[in-house]
Design a protein around this ligand. Structure first.
Ligand code: PLP
Length: 366
């Protein structure tokens, strides 16, 4: 259990939706029925009202500051989660009879490539599927087709627990990146990307929204049948308000960003995540019962995947951990084993409590 005044809070290792900063939840609770004397909940405000536009603009400015987003790029808040972007990206960027290169390093990039195939020719630049997505292809393994309108990859593979340790070099071909499960966990040079998108429900806010960061020069090339609601050009022109935006989720993102600012921003998050990941990977590497699922050189600092050699032992571990207030440790249903997601809001004590429990469990079970 988390110590302090919130003994009823547990360590939640969910892959998403996942833990949010306690201070953000508490502020939201305190402001729930009457936001700063407005007499209204943020949920009840017109998205065009002055009071809401202040929240919206402040959140956008905080995100721009947190990720040092240059003026060449626009920040969009779009409904539909990250999956919506699997369609929006090709519709906006691939062009008539166009091509794109995709690196397949897990389920979400596979799904994204399958979706993109509806709109153009998709070249598989690299794939780690033959080794069960246990690694990220090294730079030399990426095949660039030459005619691609963009190069697509998923920076952190939530299910397999692998993370790109480098930014692909594409010789000027715009980079499109799904950063759903590691955005805001470390500094990123946004200027290297044509498009970044991320579902909100891991490091940012409740589910249902994607943050999109787009190089404005790439907007306006959409296929003619692109739904207006998916058009980056329209979203830029309307400042994410062509229809009602996910108002409350944007407000929650603002509260999360306020918390992040008080902890050293993304540079502070980078230190935090490295410390948490080290605690858990050290425990895995020192163990004779548990083993890591991802190749060491490709390990994710956000989603730590591990297992024993026996499914029943895995199930017992997950059950007993839950009794200790260490919850949501089951691996994705498609792969089994265990997965500890240690997103920004998961405190270091959570990682320590889990590592301690792993050692205790091993002692009793070997
Ligand atoms: C890396 C990654 N991309 C995409 C998605 C899909 O996100 P959403 O459910 O918001 O569409 C997820 C969800 O977990 C994810 O982890």
């Amino acid at each position: 259990m988390v110590s302090g005044n919130h003994r009823d809070r547990i360590y939640n290792f969910s892959a998403g939706p996942s833990m949010l900063p306690l201070s953000a939840l508490e502020t939201a609770a305190a402001e729930m029925t009457n936001y700063r004397g407005s007499g209204m909940s943020v949920m009840e405000m017109s998205h065009r009202s002055k009071v809401y536009l202040e929240i919206f603009n402040e959140t956008k400015a905080s995100l721009r500051a947190a990720l040092s987003v240059p003026d060449t790029h626009e920040i969009l808040f779009m409904q539909g989660g990250a999956t919506f972007q699997f369609s929006a990206a090709p519709l906006n960027l691939i062009g008539e009879n166009g091509e794109a290169d995709y690196a397949i390093t897990g389920s979400f990039s596979s799904i994204a490539a399958k979706e993109a195939r509806k709109y153009g020719k998709i070249n598989i630049s690299a794939s780690s599927e033959v080794k069960d997505f246990s690694y990220i292809p090294p730079p030399g393994a990426l095949k660039l087709s030459g005619g691609a309108k963009y190069f697509y990859y998923c920076a952190n593979n939530t299910i397999y627990g692998t993370e790109w340790q480098y930014v692909p070099e594409t010789g000027g071909v715009p980079l499109v990146c799904d950063m759903s499960s590691n955005i805001l966990s470390k500094p990123v040079d946004v200027s290297r990307y044509g498009l970044i998108f991320a579902g909100a429900q891991k490091n940012m806010a409740p589910a249902g929204m994607a943050v999109v960061i787009i190089d404005k020069s790439l907007a306006g090339r959409e296929l003619p049948y692109t739904p207006k609601i998916m058009s980056y050009k329209t979203a830029i022109e309307k400042d994410s308000m062509d229809n009602t935006p996910p108002c409350y989720t944007i407000y929650m993102l603002g509260l999360t960003l306020r918390w992040l600012e008080t902890r050293g921003g993304v540079a502070g998050m980078e230190k935090r995540k490295a410390a948490k990941a080290k605690i858990l990977y050290d425990a895995i590497d020192a163990s004779r019962l548990f083993m890591g699922c991802a190749d060491k050189a490709s390990r994710s600092d956000m989603n730590i995947t591990f297992r024993t050699t026996d499914k029943d032992t895995d199930a017992r571990f997950i059950r007993q951990a839950e009794e200790r207030g260490l919850v949501n440790l089951a691996g994705h249903r498609s792969v089994g084993g265990m997965r500890a997601s240690v997103y920004n809001a998961v405190p270091e004590e959570g990682a320590r409590a889990l590592a301690d429990f792993m050692r205790e469990f091993e002692e009793k079970n070997s």
